[in-house]
Design a protein around this ligand. Structure first.
Ligand code: FES
Length: 131
């Protein structure tokens, strides 16, 4: 069996949603100290719906495929669904990752969670300023 599924290869070769969102409503970054890979997720959110999402990943092929798949999975979805996205779901959607590459999908889950956290923090400080 090939080490990587066709889905992984497809999302690695043609990653969806690569880029930066200027004035994003939430930005989340994570890194893995062991492999040194870094992932950044940008969210545009309207009325608690993720209307746009982009990513920059400085990392391995599995990390790129995981970010690409994860962004596709949360685009157009409520923020609550993005928060509930697990690395397991991302890996399954990619038709699996080799065991030593599972941590790459964890980066995607964590980067999205951090971006949502950033969104809530920004929202809260805006609400406080408006008071
Ligand atoms: Fe570390 Fe893939 S090897 S994110």
């Amino acid at each position: 069996m090939a080490l990587y599924s066709e889905k992984v290869m497809d999302h690695f070769r043609n990653p969806r949603n690569v880029g930066v969102i200027e004035n994003a409503d939430g930005v989340g970054e994570v890194g893995n100290a062991k492999c040194g890979d870094i992932m950044r997720i940008y969210l545009k959110i309207d009325d608690d719906i993720i209307t746009d999402v982009k990513f920059e990943t400085f990392g391995c092929g599995s990390a790129i495929a995981s970010s690409s798949m994860a962004t596709e999975m949360i685009k157009g979805k409520p923020v609550s669904e993005a928060l509930a996205l697990t690395n397991k779901a991302v890996a399954e959607a990619l038709n699996g990752l080799p065991a030593h590459k599972i941590h790459c999908s964890v980066l995607a889950e964590e980067a999205i969670k951090n971006a949502v956290k950033d969104y809530y923090e920004k929202k809260r400080s805006k609400e406080n300023n408006d008071k």
